[in-house]
Design a protein around this ligand. Structure first.
Ligand SMILES: C[S@@+](CC[C@H](N)C(=O)[O-])C[C@H]1O[C@@H](n2cnc3c(N)ncnc32)[C@H](O)[C@@H]1O
Length: 370
């Protein structure tokens, strides 16, 4: 029986819990699952099978997946040393492995994180322990040490680079949106309308590196990158995941259109969207979106992360909005911007706050008549 903690951005917890349940039912391991708690920043669950760690490959909303190794009460350094000596890191890692030890202490007698780290260093001499994130490398392991109200929780990271990095090859451009947020926005769009109802084209008029368009096609098991669990001793005997017969129901957009005015960014967009191969119709335009001339018979949904602040002049939210409506004649507009987008002509509107890489933005979803 293993206990996992899936980490997510604040506000995505409910969606993450639903995803955990869906993953276990799709793979026929729902019997093994017990949701223990859904709390700010994540979901704790227990699983009777190690295969739950494949949630790393499936989740669209989690930032990382930790395995809870152990938990004990502790108020003295001598006691901490004694308890650590009873817990061997060799259960997880090969000798000499580099491990970043991320210590966090709140409301506990043992409050000095540096001193706590020193105890770990004294006990686990067979490993190369790293005290600071800035000294850690991408493929180092991470051990989370959390003291809260004198209880020490030890957790092992099973993900490696954050899960919003769907592939290590994707190039980013200025103002990129996190994939986890893009996916959450897509699910919110589905609560107000559905692309299954009528053929629908998805357009990003400020496409940047193409995150939003790419994420609309991201379904199933991600095999585009490696995960830390593949190197952990505890998961050496995982049964392969059989995804052959599973219907991951992809969003049925008939075409993806990306418009990007900056030359260098447009090259990044082209190279990133190539990953979709020939399975999806993709049209990319290197031009200003206000100069877009095509009209569409099918329904149009706009989905975009609008430029703001230094990227644009001050009056432009209004101008960008007017352009989007007149040039594309959309039936749905879903945009991220620090300010909520309001329009009396919309049939309905939804405004949801979200934090993208530390910055507060609002996802506005507006619906229009065809
Ligand atoms: C905030 S970024 C979009 C980032 C994108 N969502 C991503 O994750 O990479 C906005 C992009 O819009 C582009 N842009 C600005 N004005 C534009 C215009 N009038 N027409 C087309 N693209 C424009 C910028 O070059 C920039 O790449």
């Amino acid at each position: 029986m293993s206990k996992f903690f899936a980490v997510t951005a604040p506000g995505f917890e409910e969606g993450l819990e639903a995803e955990i349940k869906k993953f276990h039912s799709l793979f026929g391991i729902e019997e093994s699952l017990k949701i223990l708690s859904t709390q700010k920043g994540g979901v704790e669950f227990e699983s009777a099978v190690n295969e739950s760690v494949y949630f790393n490959n499936y989740s669209k909303l989690a930032t990382r997946l930790l395995i809870r190794w152990d938990e004990f009460h502790c108020v003295f350094f001598s006691d901490l040393e004694k308890k650590l000596k009873q817990r061997s890191l060799s259960k997880w890692f090969k000798n000499k492995s580099r491990i970043f030890v991320k210590v966090n202490s709140k409301k506990s007698k043992l409050g000095q994180e540096k001193k706590i780290f020193e105890v770990f260093k004294r006990v686990y001499v067979d490993f190369e322990l790293i005290p600071k994130a800035s000294e850690a490398e991408e493929d180092d392991y991470t051990l989370f040490v959390d003291f809260f109200e004198d209880t020490c929780t030890l957790s092992i990271d099973t993900s490696g680079p954050a899960l919003y990095k769907r592939s290590m090859d994707k190039k980013t451009s200025f103002g990129s949106m996190r994939e986890t947020i893009a996916n959450w926005a897509l699910t919110k769009m589905m609560t107000v309308d559905s692309p299954w109802k009528e053929p629908t084209i998805l357009i990003d008029p400020f496409a940047g590196s193409g995150t939003l368009l790419l994420e609309s096609q991201n379904v199933g098991i991600n095999r585009q990158r490696d995960y830390t669990y593949q190197k952990l001793k505890a998961f050496a005997d995982l049964k392969p995941l059989n995804e052959q017969k599973i219907d991951f129901s992809k969003f049925p957009f008939t075409e993806l259109i990306g418009i990007e005015s900056d030359e260098e960014t447009f090259e990044i967009l082209k190279s990133n969207l190539q990953a979709l191969g020939k399975k999806t119709k993709v049209s990319l335009y290197h031009q200003k979106n206000e100069d877009y001339k095509k009209s569409h018979d099918q329904r149009v949904w706009l989905f975009s992360n609008l430029p703001y602040g230094k990227q644009v002049k001050s009056e432009t939210l209004k101008t960008m909005f007017a352009t989007m409506k007149s040039v594309f004649k959309p039936q749905l507009i879903a945009v991220f911007h620090p300010e909520p987008l309001k329009d009396n002509e919309a049939l309905s509107a939804l405004h949801l706050p979200v934090v993208n890489g530390g910055l507060k933005v609002t996802l506005s979803i507006l619906i229009y008549k065809k």
